[in-house]
Design a protein around this ligand. Sequence first.
Ligand code: ATP
Length: 203
Amino acid sequence: MYTLPVRIWGLTGNIGSGKTTVGRMLSARGIPVVDADQVAREVVEPGRPALREIASRFPGVLLPDGSLDRKALAARVFADPAEREALNRIVHPRIAEEVAGRMAALAAAGEKIAVYEAALIVENGLQQGLDGLIVVSAPPETQIGRLRLREGMSESEARARIASQLTQAEKARHATFVIDNSGSEAELSEKVERLVSRLRQES
Ligand code: ATP
């Protein structure tokens, strides 16, 4: 038996640009979306090998119920690139394996298109292994407004987060499609509708 290949489109964008919203809209239109954040949470659930490795490399990061204390772990790796690298070496291969497994399952189920949603596609050079890249962008003032509304983030924190990421222009250079999300959600929905037609045409 052989399986049809599935075309995998990356979906990315900077913080507060709207990539999760676009992912939800794509999924509502029948395009399967694999969310890297979600997979990253699942691979460190209790009972998974990555959690055991993390607990032995970073003692004291488990909660009493055996689940990961994300805040404690984040505090340990936040300011220390070597520690962050050690964590990534444990987690990244597991995420890659899980994503590959899900994509293979989608291909086996006959899906022609799937979307891989992740914040750090261009930063990690992953676009080269994808069939195309969708970048969601919004002006910084809009990003800041949304972050303040969603998380009560202060303006200076929102600006610092935005400044810590690759610029949208840099991401857009690698894009097959750029979705401008500076308007309303209704406008975004229309753009996603057109995007879905294009993705289906290209597959
Ligand atoms: P992050 O990287 O922080 O997760 P993101 O790029 O995934 O951000 P979303 O979570 O999709 O962005 O959107 C950020 C916030 O802005 C959410 O609260 C979302 O509901 C809201 N939002 C997204 N698009 C629009 C829009 N066009 N109009 C108004 N609000 C929007």
